[in-house]
Every structure is written in C-alpha cells, then in structure tokens.
Write a protein that binds this ligand. Structure first.
Ligand code: NAD
Length: 253
C-alpha cells in the first residue's frame, strides 16, 4: 500500500480498532504516534511495536480538548519528524438509554468526544499533514442509520460524516484527502460484554447475509486502505464496514 516510511498519528490507539490499525501501520513500515486518554494502554501498544523493531511513541491526550490536540500533534511531529497520516479514531459511547432519559450532560459529552474531537483533530491535520497526506475519521454505521438508545452518539457520528465531506473539499487545496469509515458492531471494550456476546453470535443478529464476524482488524484494514496512496481517487467518502449488517437489516425510517 506504499505506506512505508510515513509518519502516522492514531487517536484511541490504545485499544480496539485504533490499536489494530497502529499495529498494522507499523507492519507496513510507518512510524507511529499513539494517542489515548488512557496513557498506559497507548504505552502498551507502542511497546509492542518497538519490541517488533518498529518505531512508536505513546502520548496521553483527550481528543475533546483543544489544548490537548495542539499538544499531542506538536509532540507527535517532534518525535516523528513531521506527520503524513492521521487516523482520528478515538470515540466512546457512555450510556445507552432512551431518548428522553439521557441527561443533557451525557448528550453534550457524546458530542464533545465523538464530534468536537474529530473537528479539533482535523483542524490540526489540515495545518500539519505533509502534502499528499491523508486523514481517516472513525464514524459508525450509526452515522448512516438511527440506532435506538444512543441518540447523542448517533447524532455525533452523523455529524462526523458531514464534517469529513466539508473537510475533504477544503483540504484538497493542500493536497490532502479526508474520508470516514463507518464500522458496524465490533467486539471491543467500547461496547461492553453483553453487546459483545451478541456481536459474536451471528444467529442473534442473523440473516445469512450478515456474517456477524466483524473484527477490529477487519475495520483497521479499511482505514489503512483509505490512508494509503491506493485510495488516491477516494475523497470525502463515508465507507461502511459492517460485514453486511445494513444490507441484512434495512435502515431505520
Ligand atoms: P475501544 O474502547 O476499544 O477503543 C477506543 C479508544 O479510544 C480507547 O483506547 C479509549 O481510551 C480511547 N478514548 C476514548 N475517549 C477518548 C478521548 N476523549 N480522548 C482520547 N482517547 C479516547 O473502542 P473501539 O470500538 O475500538 O472504538 C474506536 C472507534 O470506533 C470509536 O470512534 C467508536 O465510536 C467507533 N466504533 C466502534 C464500534 C464498535 O462496535 N466497537 C462500532 C462503530 C464505530
């Protein structure tokens, strides 16, 4: 995929999809800055990469804060000698609950992490990524259809797709591409044990079309493709990566 020698920043790189992407980018020959609010997790992934002969630094940061974005992009640039790629992947879903019982504070937090975070990250990426660079933002299948009991998260992820479409037009003048990936349910720590069981059991979600076997690695592969020069003709798109979930279950009205 011609990613060798590139420098990449991955947010939420301490776990799940972000950790898988960081490990794969290292295998492709990228230098990594792994950013996570849980520094210990970022350090664990950076240590794995270093132990395998790669180059990675771990940086603590909260993507919802402007000052943190400025700082972790600064630190990544200095540690890696510039940046080519940004995988703005950190996100969280904190409370599943009915529309009218979610507190306003919970709603605001979902927007801050899942929408303001990517916006702040893209502001930095626009300014700092080298010519020919690319950014990918992790949205969700919940960006393309309504999921119940997750209104704040769903609204934020829909917003991410709009953000990416707007950014793609403006970033093109700097020779940068911006795309979104929209994963279906993946068994990662984010979605909790109960949901993980149903994700792993295809019969529960089951039509034959939906394989129910989406792994963080499978999602990471799509992110790598969109970051790579192989996707040079793809810009401003929201790529669904859902093991055919939405083709098996029609979108909500
Ligand atoms: P995960 O919990 O394994 O990883 C998320 C990582 O982001 C964690 O390491 C966490 O510490 C970090 N993080 C959370 N809030 C942060 C913040 N404010 N600042 C910096 N780091 C923060 O979950 P995952 O499933 O790998 O999630 C990655 C992305 O994929 C998220 O954007 C999520 O919304 C999206 N997603 C996940 C699923 C799924 O089913 N797991 C489906 C669709 C989209």
């Amino acid at each position: 995929m011609s990613l060798a020698g590139k420098s990449a920043l991955v947010t939420g790189g301490g776990s799940g999809i972000g950790a898988s992407a960081a490990l794969r980018l290292a295998v492709e020959g990228c230098r990594l800055a792994i950013v996570d609010i849980r520094k210990g997790d970022a350090e664990r992934i950076a240590a794995l990469i270093t132990a395998r002969g790669g180059r990675a630094v771990a940086i603590a940061g909260d993507v919802s804060l402007e000052a943190d974005n400025e700082r972790f992009f600064d630190e990544a640039e200095s540690a890696l000698g510039g940046l080519d790629l940004a995988f703005l992947n950190a996100g969280a879903i904190q409370n599943y609950g009915p529309f009218d019982r979610m507190s306003i504070a919970e709603f605001d937090r979902m927007i801050a992490i899942n929408l303001r975070g990517p916006y702040l990250g893209l502001r930095q990426a626009h300014r700092r990524l080298r010519l020919g660079g690319a950014a990918v933002v992790t949205a969700s299948a919940a960006a393309l259809t309504g999921f119940s009991d997750a209104a704040g998260y769903t609204a934020a992820k829909h917003g991410v797709v709009g953000l990416v479409r707007a950014a793609a037009r403006e970033f093109a003048s700097r020779g940068l591409r911006v795309n979104a990936i929209c994963p279906g349910p993946v068994a990662t720590p984010m979605i909790g044990a109960e949901q993980q069981d149903s994700v792993q059991d295809p019969s529960q979600l089951g039509t034959p079309a939906y394989r129910g076997e989406l792994s963080p690695q499978m999602v990471a592969e799509t992110a790598l493709f969109l970051l790579s020069p192989a996707a040079a003709a793809i810009n401003g798109q929201a790529q669904l990566v859902d093991a055919a979930l939405l083709s098996a279950f029609p979108p909500a009205p």
